[in-house]
Design a protein around this ligand. Structure first.
Ligand SMILES: Cc1cc2nc3c(=O)[nH]c(=O)nc-3n(C[C@H](O)[C@H](O)[C@H](O)COP(=O)(O)OP(=O)(O)OC[C@H]3O[C@@H](n4cnc5c(N)ncnc54)[C@H](O)[C@@H]3O)c2cc1C
Length: 194
């Protein structure tokens, strides 16, 4: 089959690769002059199965309200008279219901594990060399309330097979000694070997 893939970010190029592997004739189209010039160009580069906490979670509606009133928020929202935008917003809010947290985390953990496995396979097949590290992920917390809340999601991830360990502040420093000067403000952390 002849397939046109729109967008040459990580999703488009990976899709094109797997379609080509399956024997299809693929062309990738992009508005930019080269591949991966937009979101995929300069992200954090983390592939973290343990980080499968959905943005749509029970704490998010209140956070979003605070962010809407802040000049320094990590997201911006521009309401428009666009039915699709409002439908998306309501669907997002529905996924923030407490009953949706566990199924969404389960789905994200499964997807992340699959994604990690296919990345490793692709890396081996193509011999891609880059400065990748497999040191695990350390999250540390300075706000006791945030630390407690994050452990709800961590508990669920453990139920779904992710080895995410709760750490004391001293254990955080043992893993990352560079945090020692901030020791007094660290309340705890969690770590996952990945
Ligand atoms: C600051 C930041 C840090 C992040 N850190 C991480 C991280 O550590 N780990 C992680 O897993 N994810 C991270 N992400 C998320 C991740 O970068 C994105 O989920 C991912 O890059 C999205 O890839 P994409 O291919 O869907 O989109 P893009 O990379 O944006 O690709 C879309 C492509 O479509 C093209 N396009 C769009 N419209 C048209 C059109 N009309 N005609 C033709 N071409 C078009 C664009 O030019 C672009 O090349 C981060 C994101 C940000 C912003």
């Amino acid at each position: 089959m002849k397939v046109a893939v729109l967008g040459s970010g990580i999703i488009g190029t990976a899709t094109a690769w797997w379609l080509a592997q399956a024997g299809h004739e693929v062309v990738v189209v992009d508005r930019e002059s080269g591949p991966a010039q937009e979101t995929s160009r300069a992200n954090g580069g983390q592939i973290s199965v343990s980080y499968s906490e959905p943005w749509a979670n029970p704490r998010m509606p209140l956070r979003l309200l605070k962010w809407l009133l802040s000049d320094n928020a990590p997201i911006s929202f521009r309401p428009r008279m666009d039915m699709r935008q409002w439908a998306w917003g309501f669907a997002f809010l529905r996924e923030c219901l407490p009953s949706r947290l566990a199924p969404n985390i389960r789905a994200m953990v499964a997807l992340s594990e699959y994604s990690l496995a296919t990345l490793k396979q692709m890396r081996a097949e193509l011999g891609i060399e880059y400065h990748h590290l497999e040191r695990g992920i350390l999250n540390f917390y300075q706000d006791p309330a945030e630390f407690d809340l994050s452990q709800d999601a961590a508990d669920l991830m453990r139920d779904f097979g992710v080895d995410r360990r709760v750490l004391t502040a001293d254990e955080v420093i043992q893993i990352e000694p560079a945090l020692a000067p901030a020791r007094a403000s660290i309340v705890g952390g969690d770590y996952t070997a990945e």
